[in-house]
Write a protein that binds this ligand. Structure first.
Ligand code: NAD
Ligand code: MLT
Length: 312
């Protein structure tokens, strides 16, 4: 019996080799579908593989007549209606480790680029200006990095920040003294992290509890001149409150990879010189894309052939 797999977001071709190699699998790659087209296309497919562009809604799942498994080639499953999938008995798998390093490296790259105003200086140079006055930066050494959410990526960011000789303070409900000691970091409450940090980076999932957790009240608790990084999920930081805090001079810089609405275009935050941004590129490396695609492809093959998502 052939299994049909639909890939509706661009995935690494090298990463989907477990599907290509598996016997009896038909793979269809169709990455330019509108939500309505996808609702028709999904019929007859056993598996759907997505990254973050495809939103898997209840309506989409209602039109899927054969779907058994959804593979999310990445960490966040906030683009999938998990309740609707569960109700329909459709299993959802993600790739929790494959892009950890890439996301951590991107976070540190954004922090360094922001601290030294590299994108702004490059823009100025491209406009034929030799301006050595406008781009005075700050060092990271001896500054305090506040990390909210010390899971896989948060911990990797902490390790790298220690390499930059920063002090690190973190809040995570599951952070223990033992882990903190191993990483050489301090544990704080959210308020302690907000008050102590020169740079703040968030690495939580987007949940009810984390939505807009960095809001007007949170900005008020921060040091003047604090710099903020979000390479986790749009919506953890309240974008209007961030705009106001930058305009008021409270926040000196923001480095953003993720946004409440994506694509993030023509937004007032992008008009501010203090803001640098990338279009959700945290996991966009050859290594991470291959790794997450391999992980979910294996899970799909295993689930459809032996009924288990892990290798036996
Ligand atoms: P993870 O599950 O390993 O870590 C998340 C951590 O957040 C956990 O330790 C959890 O205890 C903690 N947490 C949950 N609620 C919290 C709260 N209210 N306050 C503080 N901490 C809380 O996940 P991860 O792999 O480290 O990913 C972190 C985030 O990065 C996710 O949102 C993920 O979707 C995102 N991500 C983004 C990119 C990108 O391309 N920009 C790439 C990979 C992951
Ligand atoms: C993730 O949650 O893994 C990220 O959003 C990366 C991505 O798939 O782009």
């Amino acid at each position: 019996m052939a299994f049909k797999v639909l890939i509706s977001d661009p995935l690494s071709e090298d990463g989907i080799f477990p599907l290509r190699q598996a016997e009896g699998f038909e793979i269809v790659i169709d990455t330019d579908l509108t939500p309505d087209q996808l609702k028709d296309r999904i019929k007859g497919f056993d598996a759907l593989l997505v990254r973050s562009q495809t939103t898997v809604t209840k309506e989409l799942l209602d039109s899927a007549d054969q779907l058994k498994i959804i593979g999310r080639a990445g960490v966040g499953v906030d683009n999938i209606d998990l309740d609707a999938a569960t109700e329909k008995g459709i299993i959802v798998v993600n790739a929790p480790d494959g892009n950890t390093n890439s996301a951590a490296e991107h976070t540190v790259a954004m922090m360094m680029a922001m601290a030294r105003k590299i994108p702004q200086a490059f823009n100025s140079l491209k406009n034929n200006k030799w301006d050595r006055k406008s781009f005075l930066g700050v060092e990271l050494k001896d500054k305090t990095l506040g990390i909210i959410g010390l899971g896989r990526i948060g911990a990797e960011v902490a390790r790298r920040a220690k390499g930059q000789r920063m002090n690190v303070i973190a809040y995570d409900p599951f952070l223990t003294e033992e882990i903190a000691k191993k990483l050489g970091i301090e544990i704080g409450t959210v308020d302690e992290v907000l008050a102590a940090a020169d740079f703040i980076t968030v690495h939580t999932p987007l949940l009810k509890e984390t939505r807009r957790m960095i809001n007007k009240e949170a900005f008020e608790k921060m040091k003047d001149g604090v710099q903020i990084i979000n390479c986790a999920r749009g919506g953890i930081i309240d974008e209007d409150a961030l705009y106001d805090a930058i305009v008021a001079g409270k926040v000196a810089g923001a480095a953003l990879d993720v946004f409440e609405e994506e694509p993030f275009l023509d937004h007032k935050l992008l008009t501010l010189p203090e803001v640098i941004a990338t279009p959700h590129l945290g996991a966009s490396t050859i290594e991470a894309q291959e790794s997450v695609a391999v992980d979910v492809s294996r899970d799909v093959v295993n689930f459809l052939t032996i009924g288990s998502v892990r290798n036996p």
